[in-house]
Ligand binder design. Structure first.
Ligand SMILES: NC(=O)c1ccc[n+]([C@@H]2O[C@H](COP(=O)([O-])OP(=O)(O)OC[C@H]3O[C@@H](n4cnc5c(N)ncnc54)[C@H](OP(=O)(O)O)[C@@H]3O)[C@@H](O)[C@H]2O)c1
Length: 255
């Protein structure tokens, strides 16, 4: 028998869409949501890239569908999401993201556009496309993967910082408009997590040791450290949480 408390953290009967679920944080969140009982829609740039996450979720006995698009492209998103109302997703995790590292004085406008399109514009477009059905149903959860650079400036990542400040802003703006209609919008701000996104930092001995020295838990995070936080925000347990950015950073922001 399922206790009241267990049901508060269950996603059984829900359908969750996760962008950038080929690897890293997105793959971990997608698998955790399946383990919590959800069926999945994986969004990625190719069927091949999504295959390993797809296979893990299928083995868990959950239904899994895929939508293929490059989220940098507005038209590819429109085409891939054209039947999104029929999929009727309950949970959206806007996780796909990219980073560009160069001193501000050397950064190109092409890279600026790539990062803003990928990390910020796609979040608004996908949220809007999915929210139409959620608002009709009067229920939905949107979780945007923000960053510590939603609050801080960072070093040599100006476009990324601007995009993630934007993700924090759009999270609160959508929460204000859609919360009263049953759609909660929240974000997660990961700290320094061991994925391809941070490989260059971990390969830089000086940056790596100065980052580690500031993390009170004394270790980098793993994608799994984010997964349960995302399940929580998607679950009934988080029904009264809206417009919040949950920092999961081993204590970095407290220093
Ligand atoms: N790692 C950290 O320390 C950290 C900290 C704060 C925030 N974040 C955020 O967490 C999210 C996930 O990052 P991660 O660390 O898991 O990095 P990752 O391992 O590099 O994964 C990034 C994911 O996004 C997808 N993606 C990137 N550009 C895309 C595009 N144009 N179209 C479709 N999919 C695209 C990638 O797909 P492909 O397989 O096709 O490349 C991959 O699935 C990002 O939003 C990132 O900014 C990460």
């Amino acid at each position: 028998m399922t206790s009241w408390l267990q049901s508060q953290f269950s996603l059984t009967g829900k359908k969750a869409l996760v962008t950038g679920s080929s690897k890293g944080i997105g793959a971990s969140i997608a698998v955790a949501m399946a383990q919590a009982g959800a069926d999945l829609v994986l969004v990625g740039r190719s069927e091949d890239s999504l295959k390993s996450t797809h296979d893990v979720i299928e083995k868990l006995g959950k239904s899994v569908e895929t939508l293929i698009c490059d989220v940098q492209s507005r038209s590819e998103i429109s085409a891939a999401f054209k039947d999104i109302d029929q999929l009727s997703v309950d949970i959206v995790v806007n996780n796909a993201g990219s980073i560009s590292r160069a001193p501000a004085i050397d950064a190109t406008m092409e890279e600026w556009d790539r990062i803003i399109d990928t990390n910020l514009n796609s979040v608004f477009q996908i949220s809007q496309l999915c929210a139409r059905r959620m608002l009709q149903k009067g229920h939905g959860r949107i979780i945007n993967i923000a960053s510590l650079l939603s609050f801080q400036g960072g070093i040599n990542v100006p476009a990324y910082t601007a995009s993630k400040h934007g993700v924090a802003g759009i999270t609160k703006a959508l929460a204000n408009e859609w919360g009263s209609k049953g759609v909660n919008v929240n974000g997660i701000s990961p700290g320094y997590i061991s994925t391809d996104n941070t490989e260059a930092l971990r390969n830089d001995a000086d940056r790596s040791s100065s980052i580690l020295a500031r993390i009170p838990l004394g270790r980098w995070g793993n994608p799994e450290d984010l997964a349960a936080a995302a399940v929580f925000l998607a679950s009934p347990a988080a029904a009264y949480i809206n417009g919040e950015l949950l920092t999961v950073d081993g204590g970095w922001m407290g220093r």
